[in-house]
Design a protein around this ligand. Sequence first.
Ligand SMILES: Cc1cc2nc3c(=O)[nH]c(=O)nc-3n(C[C@H](O)[C@H](O)[C@H](O)COP(=O)(O)OP(=O)(O)OC[C@H]3O[C@@H](n4cnc5c(N)ncnc54)[C@H](O)[C@@H]3O)c2cc1C
Length: 448
Amino acid sequence: MADSFDLAVIGGGVTGAGVARDAALRGLKVALIERAEPGGATTAASTHLIHGGVRYLLYDRLTTHATCWDSGHIVRTAGDLLKRLPIVWPVYRGHSRGLETVETLLEEYDQFQPMKYGRPHLRLSAETCLKIVPGLKAEGLRGALVFDEWWVDAQALAARTLDSARRAGATALTRTPVDAILREGGRVVGVRAGGRELRAKVVVNAAGPWVDRVAGLAGARLPLRLMKGTHLIWKNPALTPVGLLVEAVDRGRYVFVVPSPLGTWVGPTDIPGPDDPDATRTTPDEVDYLLRSVKLYFKDWPAAPDATIVGSRPILGQPGSEKLLSRDFEVFDHEARDGVPGLLTIGGGKMSDYRVMAEAAVDAACAKLGVSTRATTQDFTLDGKPVGTIPEFPRPSRALKHFLRRHPRLREAHALAYLGAAFGAHLARRTAGLRPLSDEEEFRRRYA
Ligand SMILES: Cc1cc2nc3c(=O)[nH]c(=O)nc-3n(C[C@H](O)[C@H](O)[C@H](O)COP(=O)(O)OP(=O)(O)OC[C@H]3O[C@@H](n4cnc5c(N)ncnc54)[C@H](O)[C@@H]3O)c2cc1C
């Protein structure tokens, strides 16, 4: 006889694990099916930051806002997997963004930082920056800004979220690919995985960059714009004492340098990937680009990386140039979209808002199941302890966010309108001498 569930979740990355946890905590009978290891795909290939994304302030402000908002929940629920990471952004003569522009951006980011327990940015002189980052190129350095992010053990975040789901009663099958979506009279009634049938009233497709392929098993489509990203990895976990964000060799992009327990990571690239996520590979061009970018700033940086890692960002299909792609997420109901009742897809988004993505997907599933229980994922740590008081912060409008996703130029104009006003206010403060430089002692006190 087939096993029977309220919900079957396909994919055990951070998103699917989040969906399973949310649903199990609401009392639903859940099965999650992952073809490999939990969190071993895109989640493990990420930059491992729980962040709002400073750069989205340039063209997708509401994503920065929404992601900072959910990051706060992740800090409260998974705090032991996170480590505060100061990121130094050095600015050189001839860089495409000067000190005042970068500081304006970070002043804007400061408004969202309290949502995720982040601290306000600091501004450093070139001399102080060189004391904090020994080995950094001195020539042309005009100064630096420092902003605050969280490094997370991403694969552990997915695994621990799944453990939490299991403790709440979920069943998890790993190393078990779903090879068919079962349908009766057109309606989705479960999945076939590992030669076994799992019956489910609702199936949630949470397969990250594979969501289109998985939806295809039920004859549905979900076009994505897959953007591949490679990191170079050196085993030495401390090639720099702090994180860095540096302008890349082509001056079009920025590259993170992230010291972490998993080694020092440099990346990511951000280029269109193949439609088939299984065909995503690092190319020699990417290695060369990242190496040259980091070596621009560190003359003695070791030559070849010890490893590389690559993944595909599961970005929702949308109009506009690659540089302006929104990282918004959406729950797709394939009944309304493709005439396939019983199948939902959660697509797009970031690791940093996986909890709220899961909540949205399970809300949609509950509506189909006639269940009115609300999410409690924000109230308990992954270990099951109550998180206590949750500070209230305003959230951006989802309706406006969805609207702007379809209109990239308007979205950019919306973001730039804020930055334009902020730049004027910033210059006024600078002129009035209200923005002192931080010294080494202040930096070390803060990040001791
Ligand atoms: C280079 C790069 C850097 C990034 N950096 C960050 C960052 O610093 N911070 C941040 O917030 N976000 C970041 N992101 C985005 C973030 O990594 C993703 O949004 C997130 O990890 C997606 O998780 P997921 O669970 O949806 O996908 P995945 O982690 O890919 O999980 C999907 C799972 O589905 C499984 N699957 C596929 N098909 C089947 C099937 N038929 N049967 C069963 N299982 C199946 C796969 O094995 C996989 O484990 C980055 C992404 C990339 C590519």
